[in-house]
Design a binder for this molecule. Structure first.
Ligand SMILES: Nc1ncnc2c1ncn2[C@@H]1O[C@H](COP(=O)(O)OP(=O)(O)OP(=O)(O)O)[C@@H](O)[C@H]1O
Length: 558
């Protein structure tokens, strides 16, 4: 499926339905493989019995038809099994690919506040474990269950045709299996499967946090305590897995018991048929072998039922994220975004949690084109919240934010972002080359522009030392100091050809002289662009046109 098709899909089940052709084909091939296998067993049993009964007598024996049938079924089984593996796995891989792209794209539509409620490890668990459970639905759950149903009906039909009383008996045994096995492994197991998926997610989250926070935990001498929590989580997961396996083993035992009684009853039924109702012995043998084949195939039903329940729990978890309505969405017919304009907050009131005291309360602010405004305030006053509204991580509950007179909510988010160069508080450095990190937001910037920008943020000497624009910088800027990472992210924001630059604490982590030098040079880097600067520090004269103070949700002159 292409991106446009995926964008139209609203739930996991809808996505699975879009693959129904591949799924039906794979199920048909599974059925064919099973039918060929069981047919082979029945035909061979009948054939051998007929041959044994004819041996040493003068009776005639049709050798050719059954042996041709055996050859045909053998070949059919080989070919259908090969195609089943080929097409079944191909469909499964397509489902997995589409599910991952779709889930990821849907999750990214959510605002940071919505995503922030999920732990990264849990999100990863959904992306990996839950999608794994769902894409295997075809090969481990619905596929086998449908194929087992199909082969059951076919087998019962053949047995009933050869000997109706045996058909009735086999149907009764099949009915008992169909009730008892799912009852043991799957009936009323929704809550347990949901808990299993949730616990596995929690374990991943705990491990992810251990990895991310390993240095802090080591410094706090808290690694052992954290590992103990990991062990507790792992124990919980193991407890649930053991219980599941126990239920599956119980189901296998029940299946074995019922199948044994079923076969004994069938033996009695066909023996009576042969001795009293003229049932040919080869038919009796064929019925017996078909039944053995069916019981063997049905033994997989328990696992398939369990996989089905697990997949359902995973579907619920995936839809909880992918099906959530994004807090910030594009309008159906977005308005074009003006090239330049004033950024205005008009009587803006905003609370992160509905009903909580607002962080911004009737806030008003105008930044004229080319104007540079700094905003300071106590920690927690709402400075980053203000930039979050500019970035449309959230929308104001009342009032509006406009650019060139157009409400930001009337624009497509991507069009609006094209007008902004943003340096967030925790700007990430991506694993890759210096060039990649600079060029993300400015794909057309050439080497000369990159070097000039590196010089302006005072990173030129560093870049030359590590090998230039193609030098590799590790994940999260592992090979850089915090100040260097901050300056590289600043360079990235400034390199963008955007009329509005939003900088949240650009000099955080820099020594006084570097910070001061950088701020003094900032006006030259802005050249006519508007600036919204969030800062705690003192500013050199001439950097900004106005310096405001955020207090009680409103802006005051500093
Ligand atoms: N995503 C969020 N969800 C819920 N509450 C939030 C969120 N982000 C911020 N807040 C709350 O909003 C208030 C303002 O936070 P904000 O980060 O805007 O302050 P700030 O002025 O930038 O602080 P600092 O100078 O410490 O960075 C705080 O009480 C904070 O707890």
């Amino acid at each position: 499926m292409n991106d446009q098709d995926l964008a139209r899909i609203g739930s996991t089940r809808e996505l699975l339905r879009a693959h129904r052709r591949g799924v039906l084909l794979a199920v048909g091939l599974m059925l064919l493989t099973l039918a060929a296998g069981i047919g082979l067993l029945g035909l061979s049993g009948g054939f051998l019995t007929a041959a044994a009964l004819t041996y040493g007598t003068l009776g005639s024996f049709n050798f050719f038809s059954p042996s041709a049938g055996i050859r045909g079924l053998t070949l059919a089984r080989i070919v259908s099994r090969y195609l089943e593996k080929l097409l079944g796995h191909d469909t499964m891989l397509r489902i997995a690919r589409d599910l991952r792209s779709w889930f990821f794209a849907r999750a990214l539509r959510l605002s940071p506040a919505q995503l922030g409620r999920l732990r990264t490890g849990d999100l990863l668990a959904r992306l990996l474990d839950d999608i794994d459970a769902v894409d295997g639905l075809l090969l481990r759950a619905t596929g086998p269950l449908l194929a087992l149903l199909g082969i059951g009906l076919l087998g019962l039909g053949v047995v009933a045709w050869l000997h109706p009383p045996s058909g009735v008996w086999l149907a009764l045994v099949a009915g008992a299996l169909a009730l008892v096995v799912p009852a043991r492994v799957a009936w009323r197991r929704e809550a347990v499967e949901a808990e299993r998926a949730q616990r596995r997610g929690a374990l991943r989250a705990r491990l992810h946090e251990l990895y991310e926070g390993r240095n802090d935990l080591a410094a706090l001498d808290a690694t052992a305590a954290w590992l103990a929590r990991v062990a507790d989580d792992a124990d919980e997961v193991a407890r649930i897995e053991r219980a599941r396996r126990g239920r599956l083993a119980d189901a296998q035992v029940l299946h074995g018991g019922i199948a044994a009684v079923g076969l004994l009853g069938l033996l009695w039924s066909v023996a009576t048929g042969v001795t009293t109702a003229g049932l040919p012995a080869p038919h009796a043998a064929a019925i017996f072998f078909i039944a053995i084949g069916l019981f063997e195939a049905w033994a997989g039903a328990g696992l398939a039922w369990q996989a089905l329940r697990a997949a359902r729990a995973s579907i619920t978890r995936l839809d909880a994220v992918a099906g959530a309505a994004p807090a910030v969405a594009d309008p159906p017919e977005p308005v074009p975004v003006p090239e330049r304009g004033a950024l205005r907050f008009e009587d803006v009131t905003f609370a992160w949690t509905p009903g909580a005291p607002p962080v911004l309360d009737g806030l008003a602010l105008t930044i004229a084109p080319g104007e540079r405004v700094a905003i300071s305030g106590d920690s927690g006053a709402g400075k980053s919240t203000l930039s979050a509204l500019v970035l449309r991580s959230a929308d104001a509950q009342s009032g509006r934010v406009t650019w060139g007179g157009v409400d930001l909510r009337a624009m497509a988010q991507a069009d609006w972002y094209a007008r902004i160069g943003w340096l967030p508080q925790n700007a990430p450095i991506f694993a890759g080359r210096v060039r990649d990190n600079l060029g993300f937001g400015a794909p057309h910037a050439d080497d000369a522009a990159m070097w000039a920008m590196l010089a302006q943020v005072r990173l030129r000497a560093w870049a030359e030392r590590i090998g230039g624009l193609d030098a590799w910088i590790g994940e999260s800027g592992a090979t850089m100091s915090a100040g260097q990472a901050r300056r590289l992210a600043l360079a990235r924001a400034l390199l963008r050809d955007a009329p509005l630059i939003v900088l949240d604490e650009p000099t955080e982590g820099l020594d006084h002289d570097t910070a001061d030098g950088l701020l003094r040079e900032l006006p030259d880097l802005l050249v006519g662009r508007s600036l919204l600067l969030i800062t705690h520090g003192t500013l050199p004269p001439g950097l900004v046109d106005r310096h405001l103070w955020l207090r009680d949700g409103r802006l005051h002159d500093a």
